[in-house]
Design a protein around this ligand. Structure first.
Ligand code: SF4
Ligand code: SF4
Ligand code: SF4
Length: 301
């Protein structure tokens, strides 16, 4: 049995990650590489040092305590040499502005369950626990144990996944999962490979596998300007919804540019330089164009 999971956040009282009020456990690590990644802090399995320049008051206390000379200052600019960082956390503890954070930590599963239990009075009939990421299936053993523990407690369970994982694992997880928030990022296989880093064959096979066990799938479709905001993609989503009986509803997720600042805080470049939010009216029009062709509900988040 796996006793820990590499987690970068536990969010309480979420109303956007599955039905009802949910506690969301964010796993670190993702095998895909979406150019617009809205969660860049989740991509690497490694611990990472995040720094918010906006909060920094240049007090230099971090430089004073760091054993590895990671923090230097020149002309009132705070430079960070992350390659030297050994993740000791001393600078994080001393920073009074909460400008520094270490992302990712091995949590004992027992501790995660204790954190979840603090919220369980709020779960009511439809709320519960959502495992998200990153890609939670990258840490399958830990995910599987947590699902079983949640079910033993009577919690509703939900997994937010790209679907890019082993079929045997997704089927094992399905035995303990009430809802899958299953991504549909791109319906054209070549575009999928170009913008997401792999084609969508395995993902569609796993969607089919979930249907074979009557899983409950909510299809989640991020709409990214200039990449998949086109009629053909919406038509293909409608065909998927008609083809796969396990899809019970569709949620469209308009692009937001928050990944840019999160990437900057990790010292990474963000290749997708789109600083505007997606146009919701345009997405509504596309939704209208398919609404009469499908038998499941559509929502724009
Ligand atoms: S699947 Fe999610 S976490 Fe992974 S690269 Fe894409 S947006 Fe980022
Ligand atoms: S301790 Fe915090 S506020 Fe002070 S210089 Fe370092 S990061 Fe900036
Ligand atoms: S975590 Fe430790 S090694 Fe890394 S920058 Fe902070 S004090 Fe230096």
């Amino acid at each position: 049995m796996s006793k820990t999971a590499n987690i970068f956040n536990i969010q309480h009282f979420s109303v956007n990650d599955g039905p009802g009020i949910r506690t969301v456990v964010f796993f670190k690590g993702c095998p895909l590489d979406c150019v617009w990644c809205h969660n860049p802090e989740s991509k690497s399995v490694e611990q990472e040092l995040s720094f918010s320049n906006e909060k920094c008051i240049l007090c230099k206390k971090c430089a004073g305590i760091c054993p590895c000379s990671v923090h230097t200052f020149e002309n009132n600019i705070h430079h960070i040499n992350r390659e030297k960082c050994v993740m000791c956390g001393k600078c994080v503890d001393i920073c009074e502005m909460s400008s520094l954070k270490i992302l990712g930590k091995e949590y004992p599963l027992k501790e995660i369950m204790e954190d979840i239990a603090k919220d369980d009075v709020f779960f009511a009939d439809d709320g519960g626990v959502t495992f998200s990421g990153g890609e939670p299936f990258m840490q399958f053993d830990s995910l599987y144990e947590l699902l079983k523990m949640c079910k033993a407690k009577g919690y509703s369970t939900c997994i937010e996944t790209s679907g890019f994982t082993l079929k045997e694992n997704i089927l094992k997880a399905a035995e303990y999962t009430d809802y899958f928030l299953f991504d549909c990022k791109e319906t054209n296989p070549e575009n999928h490979k170009k913008y997401i880093g792999a084609d969508n064959k395995l993902i569609l096979e796993n969607l089919s596998a979930l249907c074979s066990v009557n899983a409950h799938v909510i299809l989640r479709c991020p709409i990214i300007p200039g990449i998949n905001d086109r009629q053909e993609h919406f038509d293909s989503i409608a065909r998927l919804a008609n083809q796969y009986s396990c899809i019970k509803s569709i949620e469209f997720m308009p692009y937001h540019p928050l990944g840019i600042s999160k990437s900057e805080q990790l010292g990474k470049t963000y290749s997708f330089d789109m600083r505007n939010f997606a146009d919701k009216n345009m997405i509504e029009n596309y939704c209208q164009s398919i609404i009469d062709k499908i038998f499941v509900s559509i929502k724009i988040n």
